[in-house]
Design a protein around this ligand. Structure first.
Ligand SMILES: CCCCCCCC/C=C\CCCCCCCC(=O)N[C@@H](CCCCN)C(=O)O
Ligand SMILES: [Zn+2]
Ligand SMILES: [Zn+2]
Length: 476
């Protein structure tokens, strides 16, 4: 299946001049230098968000001056591009990314987080993986295609959110509402989260591509205990702090059920079996027998544990007004990430049973179910387009597997427009890179970024196909 070649249109090779390669990385560096930080729902660096809009106008002039591309600013800072294809019968698709970033504490970094400095072949800074790399790579690939006189057959949208890190309610949610009002239905969406994973599984030497086809749900839950205040010189047997702490400790010490049996990680491991030598390959091929053993091993690692169960993180605690006053109220907030095989209602019930104390009140601050699981069969255009493009751009990657995003992305605001949501950032990710996302020393290799541009350049052309995807060989 080769997109444009099948249509008789000549395919534009993904080859870039030295000058273009340099311009690519310089454009990303400039984007990193704009501190588009989302601090909270109320507080963002609005000046930087506006500056980012001016910046993309400057570095991608062709995108903004092409007759078949419509650009709109939504929610003051987010960007919606409608790229009109020549074949209206082909259902459009959408490429997504976000350009807000989480804060960075400069002192902890080896290289200033908003410097975009290039060192040892890497571009350093907040947003180089999450997710300005995608914002810039999408626009860059389109700019390069347009300068080669590309005109798509299949229409597509590009949405660039400005508030993903604080829920996407002003950006993605508004763009979704706007597209819905226009009657748009999408063949598929591609957003951040999956990667080419390298070094996440012990004894697996080779990298593999994981396309997330669902993402976990979430609950922000506030627990509160009210008690009568009084003098600390004659304390009661139990205080609000003690009762709440005991409840929180029970939550931390009682893991949610292991859902390995009904999760996607099982499929991933079965697909990876052939990459291992004896006896791991036999174990992974026979998970009906070795499943309990394997899932116990997966529980030991924080990332794989997050993939097999709902997790409960104690993130905020507040109590006490003065050292000699028994506090009237203690509050804590727990951030829960729901496994795709469970729901908000089920998890809340489990939480209440674990806490098992009527003095603890529960206030749900925000909750949403996991995303539905997107199809990956031979007719699933989005999955097949990504699969095909991975095979051509990363020929060294043998295995492409579906997975679950353990975080949340803006894509969850678009479930009204499509059933095919695929989360894949075409970049190599090692465990230390994973820790740099929202952590310190986030960076991307220059070559990795240039390959990401190439990937999108090819993905856009591949998506021009009007054929149903042909069956591919399964790894199983
Ligand atoms: C055997 C397989 C091993 C798999 C290893 C998986 C490695 C995980 C790879 C990537 C995960 C990166 C997650 C980044 C996307 C998350 C985006 C994010 O941080 N979103 C925020 C949204 C906040 C919205 C407001 N509350 C979040 O989830 O907190
Ligand atoms: Zn992100
Ligand atoms: Zn993030």
């Amino acid at each position: 299946l080769k997109g444009r070649e099948f249509q008789g249109a000549s395919r534009i090779p993904s080859e870039f001049s030295e000058e273009e390669l340099v311009a690519m990385k310089e454009a990303l560096k400039g984007a990193i230098q704009i501190p588009t930080v989302s601090f909270s729902h109320e507080e963002s660096n609005f000046t930087a968000l506006a500056e980012f809009g001016e910046y993309i106008h400057k570095v991608f002039p062709t995108v903004f001056n092409t007759s078949f591309i419509r650009h709109e600013v939504v929610g003051n800072y987010s960007h919606l591009f409608t790229i009109q294809g020549s074949e209206p019968s082909l259902q459009p698709y959408m490429l997504m990314a976000h350009f807000d970033v989480v804060p960075a504490h400069e002192e902890d970094w080896e290289v200033p987080p908003f410097s975009g400095l290039e060192r040892d072949g890497f571009i350093h800074g907040r947003g180089t993986l999450d997710n300005k790399n995608s914002v810039m790579a999408i626009l860059q690939a389109l700019e390069l295609l347009l300068t080669r006189n590309y005109k798509p057959r299949r229409s597509f949208f590009i949405t660039l959110g400005h508030d993903e890190e604080v829920s996407g309610t002003n950006g993605a949610q508004k763009m979704s509402t706007l597209l819905q009002a226009r009657g748009i239905q999408l063949a598929f969406i591609v957003d951040e989260c999956g990667f080419i994973l390298d070094g996440f599984i012990p004894n697996l030497q080779k990298p593999f591509a994981m396309i997330s086809i669902s993402e976990k749900g979430a609950i922000d839950l506030m627990l509160q205990v009210n008690m009568t205040p009084g003098h600390s010189s004659a304390p009661p047997k139990e205080t609000s702090i003690g009762i709440l702490s005991a409840a929180l400790s029970r939550l931390e010490q009682t893991p949610m059920p292991n859902m390995f049996k009904s999760g996607l990680l099982k499929t991933t491991l079965q697909q990876l079996a052939s990459e291992f030598s004896f006896p791991t390959n036999i174990v992974l091929r026979n998970l009906w027998l070795f499943g309990p053993l394997v899932s116990r091993i997966l529980e030991r690692n924080d990332v794989t544990n997050a993939l097999i169960r709902t997790t409960t993180a104690l993130t905020m605690y507040n109590a006490g007004v003065k050292v000699n006053v028994i506090p009237p109220v203690a509050k804590a907030t727990v951030n829960i990430r729901i496994h795709p095989a469970q729901t908000v209602v089920e998890v809340l019930e489990l939480i209440k049973n674990i806490v098992a104390d009527d003095r603890v009140q529960f206030h749900v601050l925000r909750a949403f179910d996991p995303l539905p699981i997107s199809p990956i069969d031979d007719q699933a255009l989005g999955y097949q387009m990504l699969h095909q493009t991975i095979q051509s751009v990363f020929p060294e990657v043998n295995i492409v597997t579906p997975g679950t995003c353990i975080g949340n992305t803006d894509s969850r605001h678009y479930t009204n427009l499509t059933t095919g949501i695929y989360l894949f950032n075409p970049v190599y990710l090692q465990p230390q890179d994973f820790r740099s996302i929202h952590g310190i020393n986030e960076k991307i290799s220059v070559q990795g970024y240039q390959t990401q541009v190439k990937f999108i350049f090819e993905l856009i052309q591949n998506s021009d196909t009007d054929r149903k995807p042909v069956p591919h060989l399964h790894e199983l």
